[in-house]
Design a protein around this ligand. Structure first.
Ligand code: ZN
Ligand code: ZN
Length: 154
C-alpha cells in the first residue's frame, strides 16, 4: 500500500472525496499486518473519530480495493479480511482457534495442475493457506493444561 500522501493524491485524481474520516482509515491500514476486517477497522477508528460510520469504512475499503491498494482475502475466518501488503505476493497462516492471519513470504513451488486441466486453464497465481494454531493459542492451551492438572491432582 502506498503511503498517506500518495493515497490522498490518488483519491483526488479519481475524484474520490478526501475527509478526515477516510484519512483515519488510511492511517490504520498503513503497515498493518493483522489483516483486519472492516468491523475491526471500524472499532479502532471510532476510538479516534466518533463521527465515523461503518458505511464510510466499507466505502473507503472498497475504493482502496478498486485502486489495487488493498486486497480482500476470504480465509474462512467468518469475515472478509483486508490485506494492505499488495506489493509482494505471499501466502497466509491462519489460526483456527483465534482467527489470527499472518503473512508467509516464501517462494513455494505451486502444486502441479492435474493432467487434463492444464490445457483448459492458465494459472496466473497460486495462494496457499496454512491452517493451524498460532503461538499465543498454543501457550493458552498449555496454561489450561497445567491448571487442569493442578485441579485434578488435589
Ligand atoms: Zn490463535
Ligand atoms: Zn497477507
Amino acid at each position: 500500500m502506498k503511503d498517506m500522501n500518495e493515497l490522498v493524491e490518488m483519491f483526488r485524481e479519481r475524484g474520490y472525496r478526501i475527509t478526515p474520516q477516510r484519512q483515519c482509515v488510511f492511517k490504520l491500514l498503513q503497515g498493518n499486518t493483522s489483516h483486519p476486517s472492516a468491523e475491526s477497522i471500524y472499532r479502532e477508528a471510532r476510538k479516534e473519530m466518533s463521527s465515523l460510520s461503518l458505511q464510510t469504512v466499507y466505502r473507503t475499503l472498497a475504493e482502496l480495493v478498486s485502486l489495487g491498494e488493498l486486497i480482500p482475502v476470504d480465509l474462512g475466518t467468518g469475515t472478509v479480511r483486508f490485506d494492505p501488503s499488495v506489493e509482494v505476493p505471499h501466502h497466509h497462516l491462519v489460526c483456527r482457534s483465534c482467527g489470527k492471519v499472518s503473512d508467509l513470504f516464501a517462494d513455494l513451488r505451486p502444486p502441479d495442475m492435474p493432467e487434463g486441466y492444464a490445457q483448459d486453464f492458465e494459472v496466473s497465481s497460486t495462494e496457499i493457506v496454512f491452517r493451524g494454531i498460532c503461538k499465543a493459542c498454543m501457550t493458552d492451551g498449555e496454561d489450561l493444561g497445567e491448571r487442569e492438572h493442578r485441579f485434578s491432582s488435589k
